[in-house]
Design a binder for this molecule. Structure first.
Ligand SMILES: [Mg+2]
Length: 189
């Protein structure tokens, strides 16, 4: 019989190409418009019943807040208000890649901070991201989603809602095998 946890796990969400896609739009006062991924509202409301939520994006702080405002207005979900933390580019580190460029990383060791760990030990922390290499040092936390750039028929967040809900009470979500999660999510729907 599998161990069951009664505490709420923490779900750390990426934003760009995971929850939304930002595009240039000169007609907007901000010069940018955020397309929201299909099923976002249901995803946040449903998953938010089972998880505490946080944000970790490699985008700038301004970009992050602009998109979170778009979510609040369109999906009536105040992720900025709900989030346990809102981490943006300044919380990321740089890593030099093989071709000499630099890429952001989200070092999962930052979840060891006492103020996080005391409430959410590492085995109760999941992350959702469309770029696996962001969590090169924390794959165990990762539920990798496909990057989204505007396909209105996309069902990734719908499947993810089923999957995350199904594992929320698992005592050790970090050690669960999460590759191939879509196949398992399909059996729930
Ligand atoms: Mg992303």
């Amino acid at each position: 019989m599998q161990a069951v946890s009664t505490s709420r796990p923490l779900l750390v969400l990426d934003l760009d190409e995971t929850l939304w896609h930002g595009i240039d739009d000169p007609t907007q006062p901000t010069g940018v418009r955020f397309l929201l991924r299909p099923h976002l509202r249901t995803f946040l409301e449903t998953v938010g019943q089972h998880y505490d939520l946080a944000v970790w994006t490699a985008a700038t702080e301004d970009w992050m807040h602009a998109g979170l405002t778009a979510i609040r207005e369109a999906a009536e979900f105040d992720l900025a208000e709900r989030a346990f933390f809102l981490w943006h580019r300044e919380r990321c580190t740089w890593k030099r890649t093989e071709d000499g460029a630099y890429a952001f990383r989200k070092p999962a060791r930052k979840f060891n901070a006492g103020w996080i760990r005391s409430k959410y030990p590492r085995h109760r922390v999941l992350v959702v991201d469309d770029v696996a290499s962001n969590y090169a040092c924390g794959y165990g936390h990762l539920v990798k989603v496909s990057p989204w750039t505007g396909d209105e028929m996309d069902t990734e967040l719908e499947a993810l809602t089923y999957y995350l809900t199904s594992i929320a009470r698992h005592e050790d979500v970090r050690s669960l095998e999460k590759r191939g999660w879509r196949t398992r999510a399909a059996t729930f729907s």
